[in-house]
Every structure is written in C-alpha cells, then in structure tokens.
Design a protein around this ligand. Structure first.
Ligand code: GDX
Ligand code: MN
Length: 397
C-alpha cells in the first residue's frame, strides 16, 4: 500500500481538496499526507476534512507543516524531505507518491499508472507529459543541458522530465534519500534535481510513465519566481558537478558509467491544444534583456567568449539574441559552471539574461517550426551536447 504526499504553498483550497479526495479513494492508497508551508486557509480546510475522509474511505489524511531540514532557502525541498522522513518514521508503507497541489488535470489513473510501474519492479516511477514547444525551458536549458555536459555517459541526460514533481519512490529509495546529507540540505527548488541525480547514482531503476492529458496547473504568475527557480536549479547542478564523490562519471576507456535500467513509455498521443499553442510573450520577454544592467555585469561578461560577451552587451541598447544558438549556450553554460558565484545579484541577473537570450533564440528559430520539430530538436541537442562533453569540452572544473 502507498502514501500520497502533497506539498502545498498558497494554493486554492478546493484544488488541493479535490486532489486529496481522488487520492484517498484509490484502492492502493492507505493515506494522504499534505505538507504545508504555513497555516493558511488551505491548511485549515484540509484539517477540517480529516475525520470525514477517515469515516467515508477508511483512509487517513495527515496535515502537517514542513520542518526546517535543509540549509538552502526554505522551500519545496524542505516540504518533500519532511514527507520522506514522515513516511519512514510514521508508516510501514512500501511506496510514496508525490503530486503538486495545483494540478487540475489530475485523475485516479495517474496513481494507477505509477503503481503499475512499481508493480513491474521499478524503484522510481516518474510521470512525464507533452509540453508546448516553448514550455519547460529550465528543464531543457539548465537541467538536461547540465546533465549532458557534466555526466555525458550516465543515464541522466536521457531522462525526459528530470524536474517533474509527480513521481513514486519505493521504500528503499526513500531510505537512501533520507540518509543522504546532500539531499537533506537541498531545501529549495534544487530538490527535484538532487532526487533525480542520486536516484541514478544509487543505481535505482526508473520508469517514465506518460500522461497524455498533460499537467494543467497554475502558470508562472510572477517572473521573479521563475528567476528564483532558474538560479536554484542551476546552482545545484554546479554544486553536484564540483562534489568530489561524483567524479568518475565520464567513464574510462569508453565504458559508460552511471547507467541504470530506465524505460520510457512512448508518447502515444499529444492533444491538439498542446501542439498548436506557442503561448509565449516574445515582446515582453525581449524587454527583460534591456533591464537592470550594471557595470559589474559588463565586467563579468569578460569571462565569456567574445561573441557571447558582445552579443549580450548589445542588449544595453536593443534586444539581441541571434548570437545565442545551441553552441553559444553550451559555451556559456561551461563558463557559468566555472565562474558563477551563488548568492551574487549580478551573477543572478546575468544568468537570467543569458538564459532569456537562449529562450528567445530557440523560440524564434526552433519552436516556431512546430511541436514535432521542436521536440526532435531538443532531443538531438542533448545528444550533441553529451558527445561534445565526452570528447573533451566542458571538462574543466
Ligand atoms: N510546503 C511547501 N513549501 N510547498 C511548496 C513550496 C514551499 O515552500 N513551494 C512550492 N510548493 C508546492 C506548491 O504548492 C506546489 O504544490 C508544488 O510545490 C510545486 O510548486 P509550483 O509553484 O506549482 O511550481 P511549478 O512552477 O509548477 O513547478 C513545478 O513543476 C516543475 C516541473 O514539473 O517542471 C515544481 O514541482 C517544480 O519542482 C518542477 O520542476
Ligand atoms: Mn505548478
């Protein structure tokens, strides 16, 4: 039997309650654990539903506040790690699922499908979804790119949705994560990356399960949130790639390392709205390139190759992103891995501008050519990156 864990922060009570009801009625689910960032209306609404659920379904609902476990910004990582600890200490259940609290396309099938992956013998099941061709730009440009450039022979770059918050862990996986000090320290948006990274390093098999209806959820309201996510997701890749215990993943004598059993369900269907939607504010995004320049940012750009430096500097006057193609991004990424200083506002601004230039370049040259083209392009780019890394570039530490 399984536990379903739902981290929540400033979410609409009815959306979360609906998710809880679906989970609690599933035959494989023994209980639901909701982990709040604070005691808000949603927290109280969930508490109010505890007794009723127990009576009607025989399923428990536990509503707790996240503990302060990690050392980074207290965020989703603390909430997920609180859930893992609770699962080990308070239950003897064999599996834990995680679902984001803001999903409105959630159905019982998600739970069934994750359970089936585990029934097939996989240690980790991750859901993945079709995404519009301009969506998922942190996953593609930060996480998958970083995995390809730093762990080219491992399974990491081949994972479809390494950042997704919808997944299942078997109990042994949870024990490994709770015992891992790097994972426990990661209290912010970096949590998804460290979970994925150490699942692979620890040799756990992984099944990626496809949900064709997609993940319909609250869209990024404020850009500030996206910026925090970008910075935190990059920082964790940088830290992992510097940690000495992770060396040796490049493989020796052309033997791949960091391999796991990894199966991916095919994308058997893609909904038309996802294929046709390129919902993305190009004009508004271009404006971001012009904002907030400082003298120090201009100096920091000297670390980068000349075309990148000059290209980005052009944005002090007019929007410019033609220079930021696939190769320029790989080069910029390698420089960032080496030079980027965490917690430094100018570096944060600079990585945001570099990434924005890449997103615009990709949107205009790739995404506009359609869903299928963009999807193939993202896959083949990751493969080109990992070969490039293996055969010599971006290897400096
Ligand atoms: N308890 C708690 N504390 N919950 C939090 C916190 C926090 O500090 N921050 C966020 N959450 C909850 C939130 O309520 C939601 O249920 C979930 O965590 C994800 O947050 P959301 O703001 O919806 O993130 P977003 O932008 O949708 O990103 C999510 O999906 C990404 C993806 O699928 O690519 C999130 O799970 C990312 O980690 C994931 O990479
Ligand atoms: Mn969301």
């Amino acid at each position: 039997m399984s536990l379903v864990a739902i981290p929540f922060k400033s979410e609409v009570p009815d959306t979360v309650l609906n998710l809880v009801e679906i989970a609690a009625s599933h035959p494989r689910v023994k209980g639901v654990l909701a982990i709040g960032a604070e005691e808000d209306d949603t927290f109280r609404a969930l508490r109010g539903r505890q007794e009723g659920l127990q009576r009607e379904n025989g399923t428990f609902l536990e509503v707790i506040l996240q503990e302060r476990i990690g050392t980074k910004r207290p965020g989703k990582g603390d909430a997920m790690n609180t859930a893992l600890k609770w699962f080990l200490e308070e239950t003897d259940l064999s599996r834990i699922h995680f679902y984001d609290a803001d999903i409105t396309s959630f159905t019982a099938d998600w739970i069934t499908q994750a359970e089936e992956g585990a029934d097939l013998g996989f240690d980790v099941v991750r859901h993945y979804f079709p995404r519009t061709s301009t969506d998922g730009m942190i996953t593609f440009l930060i996480t998958r790119t970083g995995f390809a450039l730093r762990w080219p022979t491992s399974e990491l770059p081949w994972i479809q949705q390494p950042l997704g918050g919808e997944l299942l862990f078997t109990r042994q996986v949870v024990e490994d994560l709770v015992a891992n000090p790097i994972v426990q320290a990661q209290s912010d948006w970096g949590i998804d990356t460290v979970y994925t990274f150490f699942n692979v390093r620890d040799g756990h098999s992984m099944y990626e399960s496809y949900r064709p209806e997609g993940k319909v959820h609250t869209l990024y309201g404020k850009l500030a949130e996206l910026r925090t996510m970008l910075v935190e997701c990059f920082s964790v890749v940088q830290e992992l790639s510097r940690a000495p215990e992770n060396h040796g993943w490049r493989g020796t004598d052309h033997t791949p390392t960091g391999g796991i059993v990894h199966r991916v369900e095919p994308q058997f269907q893609v909904p038309l709205p996802i294929i046709e939607n390129v919902g993305f504010d190009i004009q508004g995004t271009m404006a971001l390139l012009l904002e907030g320049w400082t003298n120090r940012q201009e100096e920091l750009l000297n670390y980068f190759d000349r075309p990148i430096r000059d290209g980005l500097l052009g944005n002090r006057e007019t929007p410019n992103f033609e220079f930021m193609g696939e190769d320029a991004w790989a080069q910029a990424y390698c420089t960032l891995l080496e030079k980027y200083e965490q917690g430094d506002a100018d570096w944060e601004d600079l990585i945001f501008k570099l990434w924005t230039a890449r997103v615009l370049n990709y949107s205009v040259n790739v995404a506009l050519r359609g869903y299928g083209f963009a999807r193939r392009y993202r896959h083949t780019t990751i493969v080109r990156y990992l070969k490039r890394a293996y055969f010599g570039e971006c290897s400096g530490r």
